[in-house]
Design a protein around this ligand. Structure first.
Ligand code: NAD
Length: 483
């Protein structure tokens, strides 16, 4: 596959290049080789993208919502038809195994385009009677939305932000992560091919500085970021200067609580999915696994047995189920956490090393005897590292689960129905799971509380964050005034 795009940016329906921009080398995490060379947006490119979006947004908002929805649904069909090629590209860009990308990336992007395409025409205002007079509300677009993406789900993030934004009649300028810049360009191409007017969905490349330049531009009405908490603080603060609308999808350190009465196989499956899918590079991962004392030994034994089923290797091989880390830098960061876990006295149950093979691989790693104050128990690692704790009572588990600055997700495995719902009600997190983990269907709201974020993506809830309400007062009779 030719992984070098036609040019770095997609603006106003065309590929655009400006070689004066800083070089971005795209590295395939399995070989460490450069597979594409792009350039970060210069101020001229930023200006061109925002100008195109500003102009196109007016035309797009003038279409009927049914027409806009049709474009999104057509784009979903194109994405599904090209799923194989898009998945191969996503695997080159991220290192995630094709076994995952072929079912979780372009497909979930297509789900978002289809869902919001279907919803577009139902986005309406309301009628509020006031005797003979009345008020009606119009749900209007915000204008130009900026999307800034992380590197773990590049296609999905480009669609999770783009689909609701466009459904509401906004235009978007999307900046992917500099680590994974390739697939968002395909999303832009597909939306244009599906009939979105030129300039409605633009992609420009760059490091943090390009994101920062976009946020502060007066032409921008909304900023949606998926990234880490430190970046979130900067982006939120910059957006506040212009009183911009924001959505912040940030990091997490989510708990997964397993009670003695849980089905062991399902609980182990949940812990595997919540820690090792995408080599652990998932924001909502349940990396703090609390196992009730009576189940702990059986859990660790079965988990270790099941981890023998990990197959590392060429991520393009459909038989491989565990890929390398996205970059050498990310592997170094995660190795640093593993070293701290060992130094602070956690028990390394398995993994912890680089396997003897090419690529930025790290073995799936499990620590037991972790205490709540250890670094690996408190900080987001964003790699294949699970920490296992034990607990005795429900109240203790809930208090310790919530003892974190983050609040993205939380899960519970138990056979006790009422306890499951009590735990879900008690978790301080935006997304909770009962006897499952990490499902993220477009139909359900997704987002975090506490430092994990502001706002919600997906579902009808996302409409609130990509539109604004205008109230229109109508008097049917004469108007009295005091003088
Ligand atoms: P990051 O914060 O380093 O970067 C995210 C994006 O922000 C990149 O595109 C980057 O170029 C841009 N950026 C950096 N500095 C900026 C600035 N000052 N102004 C504007 N933009 C700036 O995150 P990452 O390493 O790409 O991704 C990993 C993080 O993302 C983890 O913390 C993870 O938990 C989080 N994440 C959250 C979700 C979610 O939905 N909650 C999903 C995926 C990833």
């Amino acid at each position: 596959m030719n992984t070098q795009p036609t040019a770095s940016h997609f603006i106003d329906g065309k590929y655009v290049e400006d070689t004066a921009g800083e070089v971005i080398e795209v590295i395939y995490p399995y070989t460490g080789k450069v597979i594409a060379t792009l350039h970060a947006a210069t101020p001229a490119i930023v200006d061109q993208a925002l100008e195109a979006a500003k102009r196109a947004q007016k035309e797009w908002a003038g279409w009927t919502a049914t027409e806009r929805g049709r474009v999104l649904r057509r784009a979903a069909e194109i994405m599904r038809a090209r799923n194989h090629d898009l998945s191969v590209l996503e695997t080159y860009d991220t290192g995630k195994p094709y076994q995952e990308t072929s079912v979780a990336d372009a497909t979930s992007g297509a789900d978002a385009l289809e869902y919001f395409g279907g919803l577009a025409a139902s986005i309406t205002g309301e009628y509020i009677p006031l005797g003979n007079d009345f008020v009606y509300t119009r749900r209007e677009p915000l204008g130009v939305c900026v999307g800034i993406g992380a590197w773990n789900y590049p296609t999905q993030i480009a669609c999770w932000k783009g689909a609701p934004a466009l459904a509401c009649g906004n235009a978007m300028v999307f900046k992917p992560s500099e680590t994974t810049p390739l697939s968002a360009l395909k999303v832009a191409e597909i939306l244009f091919e599906a009939g979105a007017p030129a300039g409605v969905y633009n992609v420009i490349q760059g490091f943090g500085a390009v994101g920062a330049a976009l946020i502060t531009d007066p032409r921008v009405d909304k900023v949606s970021l998926t990234g880490s908490v430190p970046t979130g603080r900067k982006v939120y603060a910059a957006a506040a200067q212009g009183i911009r609308n924001v959505t912040m999808e940030l990091g997490g350190k989510s708990p997964l609580v397993i009670f003695d009465d849980a089905d062991l196989e399902n609980a182990v499956s949940g812990a595997i999915l919540g820690n090792f899918y995408s080599s652990g590079q998932v924001c909502s991962n349940g990396t703090r696994v609390f196992v009730q004392k009576g189940m702990k030994d059986a859990f660790l034994t079965r988990l270790t047995e099941r981890l023998a089923g990990v197959k590392m290797g060429d991520p393009q091989d459909p038989g491989v189920n565990f890929g390398p880390m996205v970059s050498e830098n990310q592997r170094d960061i995660v190795e640093g956490f593993i070293a701290k876990g060992v130094a602070e006295g956690a028990t390394l149950v398995c993994g912890g090393k680089r396997p003897d093979m090419p690529g930025f691989f790290l073995e799936p790693t499990v620590f037991a005897s972790v205490t709540d104050d250890m670094t690996i128990a408190r900080e987001e690692i964003f790699g294949p590292v699970m920490s296992v704790f034990d607990f005795e009572t429900e109240a203790e588990a809930l208090a310790r689960a919530n003892d974190t600055i983050y609040g993205l997700a939380a899960g519970v495995f138990t056979a006790d129905l009422t306890r499951a719902h009590r735990m879900a009600a008690g978790f301080a997190a935006g997304t909770c799971y009962i006897n499952t983990y990490n499902d993220a269907p477009v139909e359900a709201p997704f987002g975090g509380s506490k430092l994990s974020g502001v706002g919600r993506e997906n579902s009808k809830a996302a409409i609130e964050y990509y539109s604004q309400i205008k109230s229109v007062y109508v008097r049917m009779g004469d108007l009295e005034a005091p003088f």
